[in-house]
Design a binder for this molecule. Structure first.
Ligand SMILES: Cc1cc2nc3c(=O)[nH]c(=O)nc-3n(C[C@H](O)[C@H](O)[C@H](O)COP(=O)(O)O)c2cc1C
Length: 182
């Protein structure tokens, strides 16, 4: 029997009561039959990206982050928008992956859950495309007015959002399965 696919989830918000963390937990419970999700907890500890530090021996936090990514079949990014862009901590993390290529052809699901979120979503899709991550139409989702659609028990309270997330999970699982057969 083949092993279950593993997913690393990255929350673009470092806030303790983050709506995006609630969405990640909701995806984890809805996808229990499909894949295993571990949540990355080191986003805020990554040093500021500096090409001078991006050598064969990068900072330990960066090496650990890259190793976690290399060990999974897929990545889930769930993030708010800040000031019409991606949160700096998240963009910083992605900048560390440009040269090391852990997301190259790797299935990525992107959920932007924010008050509006359209600009950050578009910007992140551009960044992910630039580093050749495998994001398809059905593994990306913009959830506006996000705080009204999930509760603090990580239950999705909006029927259309729940349906959209279930569809995203199905497509993401399929994408990882197809990749593992290549
Ligand atoms: C500094 C700051 C800037 C923000 N800018 C935006 C924005 O440009 N667009 C938007 O949709 N929401 C913006 N928001 C609202 C956040 O999207 C909203 O608070 C979201 O729920 C935060 O995600 P979280 O609950 O996962 O922490 C901003 C919030 C903060 C604190």
């Amino acid at each position: 029997m083949s092993e279950r696919n593993k997913v690393l989830a990255i929350c673009g918000s470092t806030r303790s009561r983050s709506t995006n963390l609630n969405f990640i937990e909701a995806v984890a419970s809805l996808s229990i039959e499909d894949f295993d999700i571990a949540i990355f907890s080191g986003l805020a500890a990554l040093p500021h990206f500096n090409p001078d530090l991006d050598t064969d021996t990068p900072p330990a936090e960066v090496a650990a982050f890259r190793k976690l990514l290399a060990e999974v079949e897929g990545v889930l990014i769930c993030t708010p928008e800040y000031a019409l862009g991606a949160p700096g901590t998240l963009k910083n993390a992605l900048d560390w992956l440009v040269s090391s290529c852990e997301l190259y052809h790797k299935p990525v699901a992107l959920i932007t859950a924010s008050t509006s979120g359209a600009k950050a979503h578009e910007s992140l899709l551009g960044t992910l495309k630039m580093i050749d991550a495998e994001v398809v139409e059905k593994t990306q989702l913009l959830i506006s007015f996000a705080k009204t659609k999930v509760n603090h028990q990580s239950e999705i309270t909006d029927a259309l959002t729940l349906q959209a997330i279930e569809e995203l999970i199905t497509e993401f699982a399929l994408l990882m399965k197809q990749k593992s057969l290549v």
